[in-house]
Design a protein around this ligand. Structure first.
Ligand code: ATP
Ligand code: MG
Length: 767
């Protein structure tokens, strides 16, 4: 098991019980070390499988970990606590739902459901959604929860914020009434359960002797507190991470946890791994050089024995369509060369980029699979079906009620629903509870719907899970509805796939922490003081297979088991690619404003996070890496022109090989390493860091089929142009979008960073 490891890896795997942090760069074997250590601890009698808790970043990783452990040791994995933070917290809350103040069959709201619930709340309370945009409210609530704050804990400094806190309060009451829990709530509840309930806490503190955490750099404050609490009884934490791969700050991740760990567990060991086993030299050196532009790093050096391999291929195309076309052709060639499709990944910064890539692959008949886009369980028809199932489990789930009360259409209109909502509010009940109070025809229709739900619940009570799902698809009218729809065939196929998913779930163990199909055992807890065994979940009832399946559906994060075996090209965002590796990787859309993303350019920290993201992207590749960009791109209905990403210029030229002619012409040092950031491919003149041309005129020397300029009034603006603004000072235009009076420019100012200005309004002088 440990023979194949290098000495540092071996040291980490075989450490005597103690706190340890493995701090190491991409592809150095952190995940491998973590998994091997689990197996090693068990095999050497240092720990029982039940004394281990391991946190992974995705369900897929959890599954892989269990597969690898059972390959080494034939054990029943059901008692193993391996999963994502959300999966583990879900398991904890189900087992102790009473202590946590939840119904055992509580439902989980995914991000979209949560947003719908917030919209409904704002409407019901007459709150202006222009002043309080639902997405902002959602961000506020989730941000507070991720910091471990309930409404009372949130600091208030103005009336707007006070109102936000009130909304948070209303939202909590609504969730509690409906028996639903959102993602950050899973964590916060689980944390509160442990911190407030001594017997439960002590039980788990006694039970878990070893706590292992992968991707530690992306834990948030609350997750870290949760870990510390669990470890408080003397367990050992073994954390692996890479500060250079911290890419979830926007979701509350706190890379400072790594430094805190070194402080909180000062007597522990820090181990560094420096050999990279994944990538060839050109790829690795490019990644090292790029990340070197960041400040405040913990500092690591990665090397490989694999030799330098092939240089990184760079492609520049006039449009996003042609970029996609080029990539599809190249993929075809790679496959013809005998590469497995699943070993080819196409990465992008933003989900919006996937459409044109998908289109290209689809038209060429190349099988592909998109991760992190619209996942199976997030498709409209699946969410409708799940909403019916959720209502069977809990008719008070208003979000589900609203989703399907008039789908398929049952003549229940907006007016009726308003009356129902009013009645529910005045009676302080769920929508379901208020059905009888709605008068007239609308009320009768509602009553009929309520009866339908009750009847479905009764008719399916004795059925096994897959048959239950099948029954509901028919009885709800969903199948008939989609049969009548022109493009319904695919939806029907997906609905049938849901029956399959239920069957798979019921027959197998799944790794959200709940054994599929069976009622999970409750975890009896012993009071440390008295020795009394306290009941956890009720001994008889437990969770129904349906409720277990529904929580599985909500937690299943993009890794669709059903298609796992298929040999398909992998499409995903860079975020979704974390921890994975492929033989060949395409990183697309390397343009200023896209990657790095325009929202990140306002602050240094934002730019550094983008650079870490690029580091993650590069280090996914084993053998071959492609970087591509388009000179113009349709995004959100607008054609945008942008400059080449600065990340391209941060990779030393010796690692790059241009497969397409470099635009902008000639010998002027257009090369990435010499040209610098302000390069203007349109005029062919090189510029300094702020886009000022040293010589020459602005006349385009190498006009392309697309124009990089926009005209506003009688003035022309072009990318690369130097401008002066009365307040912001001198800067360079780095991006343009829109036209005429709607035209906007992204300008990189020398002193104040990047700003987006409306060209029709901003007063700019050309310099
Ligand atoms: P990331 O930071 O991207 O998550 P990581 O540090 O977790 O990467 P792993 O995924 O564990 O790295 O390992 C990278 C690759 O190197 C894997 O294919 C792994 O099997 C391989 N590898 C790790 N250690 C060794 C070793 N000692 N000998 C051979 N291959 C190894
Ligand atoms: Mg890893």
């Amino acid at each position: 098991m440990i023979e194949k490891l290098n000495p540092q890896q071996r040291e980490a795997v075989t450490l005597e019980p103690q706190h340890a942090l493995v701090l190491a760069g991409a592809g150095s074997g952190k995940t491998r070390v973590l998994i091997t250590r689990m197996a090693w601890l068990i095999q050497n009698g240092q720990a029982s499988p039940f004394g281990l808790l391991a946190v992974t970043f995705t369900n897929k990783a959890a599954r892989e970990m269990l597969t690898r452990i059972t390959a080494i040791l034939p054990i029943d994995t059901r008692g193993l606590w391996v999963g994502t933070f959300h999966g583990l917290c879900n398991r904890l809350l189900r087992a102790h739902h009473r202590d946590a103040g939840l119904p055992q069959a509580f439902q989980i709201l995914d991000t979209a459901d949560q947003l719908a619930a917030i919209k409904r709340l704002l409407k019901a309370n007459g709150i202006d959604d222009e002043k309080f945009p639902p997405r902002d409210v959602q961000r506020f609530i989730n941000g507070a929860k991720e910091e471990g704050q309930r409404p009372d804990d949130v600091e208030v400094w103005d009336s707007h914020r006070r109102r936000l806190v009130e909304i948070y309060q209303l939202y909590e009451a609504q969730c509690q009434r409906e028996g639903v829990v959102d993602f950050p709530e899973l964590l916060l509840r689980a944390y509160e359960l442990l911190s407030r309930n001594a017997p439960v806490r002590e039980h788990y503190q006694r039970r878990f002797r070893h706590i292992l955490v992968d991707e530690f750099q992306d834990t948030n404050t609350l997750q870290y507190k949760w870990l510390r609490l669990l470890a408080g009884g003397g367990a050992y934490i073994f954390a692996v991470g890479d500060d250079d791969q911290s890419i979830y700050a926007f979701r509350g991740a706190n890379v400072g946890n790594m430094a805190d760990f070194e402080r909180d567990y000062a007597h522990g060991t820090v181990i560094r791994l420096e050999q990279n086993y994944r990538s060839y030299g050109h790829i690795l050196d490019a990644a090292n050089a790029l990340i070197d532009h960041n400040s405040g790093r913990l500092g690591k050096n990665l090397w490989t024995e694999q030799g330098e391999g092939e240089p990184i291929r760079v492609i520049e195309q006039p449009s996003d369509g042609m970029e996609a076309h080029w990539i599809v052709d190249e993929i075809r060639a790679l496959v013809a060369d005998g590469r497995a499709r699943r070993e080819i990944a196409v990465l992008y910064r933003s989900n919006a980029q996937s459409r044109v890539l998908e289109h290209g692959l689809f038209s060429s008949g190349i099988p592909y699979k998109v991760y992190g886009g619209l996942r199976f369980f997030e498709r409209q028809e699946i969410k409708h079906a799940l909403a019916y199932l959720r209502l069977l489990a809990n008719p008070d789930d208003d979000t589900s009620w609203m989703r399907v009360v008039n789908f398929p259409a049952r003549g229940i209109g907006a007016r009726t629903l308003e009356q129902q909502a009013d009645a529910a509010r005045s009676q302080d009940t769920s929508l379901y509870g208020a059905v009888a109070r709605v008068p007239g025809k609308g009320g009768a229709n509602l009553a009929q719907f309520a009866t339908l739900i009750q009847r479905m619940a009764e008719d399916t009570r004795q059925l096994p899970l897959p048959e239950m799902v099948e029954h509901v698809l028919h009885a709800s009218g969903l199948l008939d509805h989609y049969k009548g729809e022109r493009e319904g065939a695919e939806r029907i196929e997906n609905l049938n796939e849901l029956i399959t998913a239920a069957a798979v779930f019921a027959s197998e163990e799944n790794f959200d922490g709940l054994p599929g199909g069976v009622v999970p055992r409750s975890e009896p807890v012993t009071d440390a003081a008295t020795g009394e065994v306290l009941p956890g979940a009720p001994a008889d009832g437990g969770l129904t297979p349906l409720a277990a399946f529904l929580s599985h559906a909500a937690l299943e994060a993009g890794d669709n088991q059903a298609e796992a075996g298929q040999d398909a090209v992998q499409l995903m965002t860079v975020h979704a690619a974390k921890g994975l590796e492929f033989d060949a990787v395409f990183i697309t859309g390397l343009e200023e404003g896209l990657f790095p993303h325009e929202n990140s350019l306002l602050e240094q920290s934002g730019l550094e996070e983008e650079r870490r993201l690029m580091y993650v992207a590069i280090t996914r590749a084993r053998e071959r890496l492609y970087l591509s960009l388009a000179q113009s791109r349709m995004l959100h209905g607008q054609t945008r022109y942008a400059m080449r990403s600065r990340f391209l210029t941060e990779i030393p030229e010796q690692h790059l090989k241009w497969l397409t002619p470099r635009t902008g012409g000639g010998s002027q040092g257009y090369g990435a390493s010499q040209g610098g950031y302000g390069e203007d491919r349109w005029s062919g003149a090189s510029r300094d860091a702020f886009g000022r041309k040293p010589t020459g005129t602005a006349a385009p020397r190498a006009p392309r089929s697309v124009s990089s300029g926009v005209t506003v009034g009688d003035r022309q603006f072009r990318i690369g142009m130097g401008v002066r603004h009365a307040r912001f000072g001198d800067g360079t235009i780095v991006g343009l979008s829109g036209s005429g009076q709607d035209a906007q420019a992204q300008i990189q100012f020398r002193d104040v960073g990047t700003k987006t200005l409306a060209l029709g309004i901003a007063k700019l002088d050309v310099i």
